[in-house]
Design a binder for this molecule. Structure first.
Ligand SMILES: Cc1ncc(COP(=O)(O)O)c(C=O)c1O
Length: 394
């Protein structure tokens, strides 16, 4: 039996191992100078005045929400198609997510879908660079600012991606705050880890405080360097020195990773060409970080049953196909959140599946993915339907 093909596979080389080992052999393994060096490397790479490294993309979102002062009584518009963290961070600060539809082709929040979800309490819009495709941050920022709201860009999938004007995601002029994830499925990894960027000096200082217990030491306390003042609700969102050492090697490799992701993308697309009548292929323009390769079934037979059967078949063949994502408005934790009409998100949810994509995917692995998918499409034709009783059970 051939080995399973995961949906993502990170790359750690000897250089990463040496860098982390050097930290382990040194005296200091938690928060320390390497974290700042990584932040500086990110500031230079992204064109951002302030980069704040933190423990995860989820932590980055919570830091952003708290930093912007969002809380009870505030609404934050969130696309229905995203990982739960995008909206969980809203709940964490006591605000309310409001779910919006996405564009039928890009699956991104748009100015129109954000407008349709607007409420009198909306104080922020969170857009997600889904699958690595940068959102229309310029249009969304204009909309947000014209209504006194702020724009947060959840770029968990998009480290290294470029906006339509050729500038990096995360740069100063884009969203008010941008967040990234360094989870192993993303462009670069620190095992777990994240980053927040902003152009705003005051906001950056506040977010640094929130990362570290909500305290400030820069005040005239009477007890010297041990003194502090807790001024914010904060947490421990630190990235460790071990992770920063890993990140510093990974950031040097980011361009190579992006090139190889793009190449893997092209090879997978070529391998699936004969299925073009059956599948809708992702259309990522030049600036994408090509984080997720998501295909849609051209014909779904009116429910998610066919897609689920295809997913199950791929799984039985050892192919780590996946689902990004079950819609947020269906999750019990968000039951009190209002939503706009979301027909595009619902259609996408019933038809989409994520195929394995990572820089080191081999031609043989790609052939296996294409073969298993084509087999599944024949075995489960578009007419497939479960009986009503089966559907009730689901
Ligand atoms: C869109 C999106 N936002 C936020 C996150 C959270 O990142 P992390 O896993 O680093 O907490 C993820 C993780 O996959 C994500 O996909």
């Amino acid at each position: 039996m051939p080995e399973n093909i995961p949906y993502c596979r990170h790359e750690i080389g000897e250089e990463e191992i040496r860098a982390v080992t050097a930290v382990l052999r040194g005296g200091w393994i938690a928060r320390g100078p390497r974290v700042r060096t990584l932040e500086e490397a990110c500031e230079a790479r992204l064109g951002s005045s302030h980069a704040i490294a933190c423990s995860s993309g989820t932590g980055a979102l919570e830091i952003a929400m708290r930093g912007l002062g969002l809380g009870p009584g505030d609404d934050v518009i969130v696309p229905d198609v995203t990982w739960v963290a995008s909206a969980m961070a809203v709940l964490q600060v006591g605000a309310r997510p409001v779910f919006a539809d996405v564009d039928p082709e890009t699956h991104l929040l748009t100015v129109e879908t954000a407008e349709a979800a607007w409420t009198p309490r909306t104080r922020a819009v969170l857009t997600v660079d889904f699958a690595g495709v940068p959102s229309d941050v310029f249009g969304l920022r204009e909309l947000a600012e014209s209504r006194g709201a702020r724009l947060i860009e959840d770029a968990a999938h998009a480290f290294g991606a470029y906006h339509c004007d050729g500038t990096p995601v995360g740069r100063d002029e884009a969203a008010h705050v941008t967040t990234f994830s360094f989870h192993p499925a993303k462009t670069i990894t620190t095992a777990e880890g994240g980053l927040v960027t902003t152009a705003d000096d005051v906001l950056a200082e506040r977010m640094r405080r929130i990362r570290s217990g909500g305290i400030t030491r820069s005040f005239a306390g009477s007890r010297g360097s041990h003194d502090y003042l807790a001024t914010e609700i904060g947490g421990n969102f630190h990235l460790s020195e071990l992770q920063a050492a890993l990140g510093l090697v990974q950031i040097d490799r980011v361009d190579a990773f992006l090139t190889r992701r793009r190449d893997a993308w092209d090879r997978l697309l070529d391998a699936l060409e004969s299925l073009s009548g059956e599948l809708l292929f992702p259309n990522h323009l030049g600036g994408s970080s090509h984080n997720l390769f998501i295909v849609e079934l051209a014909e779904d037979g009116g429910s998610a049953d066919r897609r689920d059967a295809v997913l199950a078949h791929l799984g039985s063949e050892g192919i780590g196909a996946s689902l990004h994502y079950p819609l947020l408005h269906r999750q019990p934790v968000f039951a009190r959140s209002p939503r706009a009409q979301v027909p595009n998100a619902e259609r996408f949810e019933a038809r989409a599946l994520t195929l394995p994509l990572f820089p080191s995917i081999t031609d043989d692995e790609i052939r296996r993915v294409a073969h298993a998918l084509s087999e599944a499409l024949v075995r489960f034709p578009a007419e497939l339907r479960t009986s009503p009783s089966q559907r009730e059970i689901v």
